[in-house]
Design a protein. Structure first.
Ligand code: SF4
Ligand code: SF4
Length: 117
């Protein structure tokens, strides 16, 4: 699948944003953040949000993804740009298992995975 075609852009006040445990900036939720959403990852289990205003392009999430470690091309650099005009990331929705390892790894709270009911 061409995952770039599955990307939907948004700008939002993420009152629902999951702050990384190490992040102490509680004022984050007062601001608006740009990003994009990839719907139906993990066989439709979840929606995947990337906040490009927060992603610094460090690649830690890509290194942590268990599907990448298993040799698949799951979480990769995308054509979208992040905070420093470096590439942001996007998962292949058909390979991603919505495990959340990437979101938990990101030191900048740039990824959120929202489970569907
Ligand atoms: S949710 Fe899991 S499988 Fe999906 S991109 Fe993140 S680390 Fe990889
Ligand atoms: S989403 Fe987070 S961990 Fe992944 S490249 Fe961006 S800043 Fe780094």
């Amino acid at each position: 699948m061409d995952k770039e075609k599955t990307i939907k852009h948004f700008k939002t006040n993420p009152s629902h944003l999951t702050l990384h445990p190490t992040r102490k900036d509680n004022k984050m939720t007062d601001k608006q953040y740009k990003g994009y959403k990839i719907e139906g990852v993990g066989k439709g289990k979840a929606d995947y949000y990337v906040y490009t205003d927060l992603c610094k392009g460090c690649g830690l999430c890509i290194a942590k993804c268990p599907m990448n470690k298993a040799g698949k091309k799951c979480l990769q650099w995308s054509k979208e740009v992040g905070l420093y005009q470096t590439p942001a990331v996007a998962p292949d929705p058909e390979i991603c298992i919505a495990c959340g390892a990437c979101a938990m790894t990101c030191p900048d709270s740039a990824i959120r995975i929202e489970r569907r009911q």
